[in-house]
Structure formats: C-alpha cells, structure tokens
Write a protein of this length. Structure first.
Length: 273
C-alpha cells in the first residue's frame, strides 16, 4: 500500500507538521504517481535502493512494494519519527541525515545501489553532480525534479538547457527524461511541472585520459561567459593554438561543444609538469 492525499494530510495534522518551504518539501499525494516512479526505476527483489528526502514515505512504500531492499534518508528530524512508523513495518531502513554531508561510504558500503528520489529544487543539481563525482556505488538514478532542472541534467548540444552540468552528467552517465509529473499530485502544489530523469552511470567515463576536476574546471570557465567566443571565455585557460589542436574553432561558444570535444580540449590544455 502507499499513502493517499487524505492519509498524508491526516499524518501531518496529527503530528503538528507542515511542509517545510526551507527544505523544499512537496509531498507526492497520488499513489499512481509513486508506483509509476517505482516502475520506471526498474527495481525489484535483490536490488538495493537509496531514497533521499523520503518525507512521509509515500514513494518509500511504493519502492518497498517492488521487493527491493530500501534505505530512506530524511533530514527533517520532525518528520523522521512519523516516517519510521509508516515504513519500518515494510522492512525499510530509515536514516536521519543530510544527503549533502552524509558519509556515503559508511552508508552504502561497496554494494551497487539505485537512487530513487523526489529532489527539492534547491539541492537537486548539486546533489546529482556530487553523487556522480564521488559515489560510484550509485550506478543508476531515477530522480523527480523540477522540469527545468531535469532538462538541464539530460540536455545535449543544441538543447536550450545545455550547460556545464549537462557536460558533467554526460561525462559520467547517460541521462534521459522518461516522464512528466503535473503539479496536482503534490502537497503543497508547486508552480511548475516536474520531470522524471533516468541516469545510468557509464562503465567508464565518456572521455579517457583526462583528470575530471581539470575537465570540469575548463567547462565551468567556458560556460561562465556563454556569450563570448571560447578564445575569450577561456583566456588564461586554453590558448587559441590549443583550441585549434583539439579540433575546436576559437570562435565557437561553450554550448556548441559536446563532452568529447571538452575532453579533447581539457587534455590539450592540461598543465604540464
């Protein structure tokens, strides 16, 4: 079973709780939506699932229904006791922690995990980026984020949302938008549509032979001056000769380069010695 809108409202009222604007809380109140998310996550018996921002446990219960081994992370200490009451009878482990600072190695060990989460707008992009950089145990993600954020995570060259985070995601993984979610299934209702983004980590990064930190610093420099040609945007980072040797026109702009082109440039412009 999962939680209906009425049950979530009753849980909040009974425990004197309210959705936290500071934490970006928007609870999913539609059982069909959480089951759809669990289905799109493609998890089941034998899979280890980590959920971030479990809230009152509506999605958590849908994930537990699949037979997966679910660990739910929640930072709101006021909600954690209610979450435990709701989901622990279904075999879910609840961890009170901040996903931005938790010790992922201690929490996940060396096993492979799938992340499934309804992520608040204010943490979605840095959290996904940090997990791709630092937590290889998470090999797949199915995240629900605001549509604009989802479009940036999954964007390719030529897409309006293409930017530095798109390059980072493409370096580590393959991403695609696999669904849309209307505001009407949330409490409180957000003002924008949400997107479901599937992210699958690559067996090896998209570009070999380059230091990721250096690569991403070059990418950030390029996108930091989007209106400039790269010869100007990357002044002090890469020379015109290095751009040309990497097969990139000095007059190109950051949004014209795919991850492979950024990788060639980063290799060519890497500090020597």
């Amino acid at each position: 079973m999962t939680l209906s809108g009425r049950e979530i409202s009753e849980l909040l009222a009974a425990n004197g709780l309210h959705p936290s604007r500071a934490l970006g809380q928007n609870f999913v109140v539609d059982p069909n939506t959480v089951r759809r998310i669990a289905r799109l996550a493609e998890v089941g018996a034998g899979d280890r699932v980590i959920e971030i921002g479990a809230g009152l446990g509506s999605l958590t219960l849908a994930l537990a229904e699949t037979g997966a081994d679910v660990t739910a992370v929640e930072v709101d200490r006021g909600i954690v006791p209610v979450l435990r009451e709701v989901v622990e009878p279904s075999g879910v482990r609840v961890v009170e922690a901040d996903a931005l600072t938790v010790d992922w190695r201690a929490l996940l060990g060396d096993d492979e995990w799938t992340l499934v989460a309804n992520l608040p707008y204010n943490v979605a992009t840095p959290l996904v980026a940090d997990l791709l950089d630092d937590v290889p145990q998470i090999t797949r993600m199915l995240v629900m984020v605001q549509r604009e954020v989802g479009e940036r995570l999954a964007a390719h060259v030529g897409d309006e949302g293409y930017g530095a985070v798109s390059v980072k995601v493409a370096f580590w993984a393959r991403a695609e938008i696999v669904g849309r979610v209307p505001p009407t299934v949330f409490l409180p209702k957000p003002k924008v549509e949400s997107a479901l983004v599937r992210i699958v980590r690559r067996a090896s990064p998209a570009v070999a032979g380059v230091d990721p930190e250096w690569l991403f610093s070059v990418v950030r420099a390029g996108f930091g001056h989007r209106r400039k040609m790269l010869r100007g945007a990357l002044a002090g980072v890469a020379t015109v000769e290095q751009l040309e040797t990497a097969g990139i026109a000095p007059t190109a702009r950051a949004e014209e380069l795919d991850v492979e082109a950024w990788g060639r440039l980063a290799r060519e412009a890497a500090p020597r010695g």
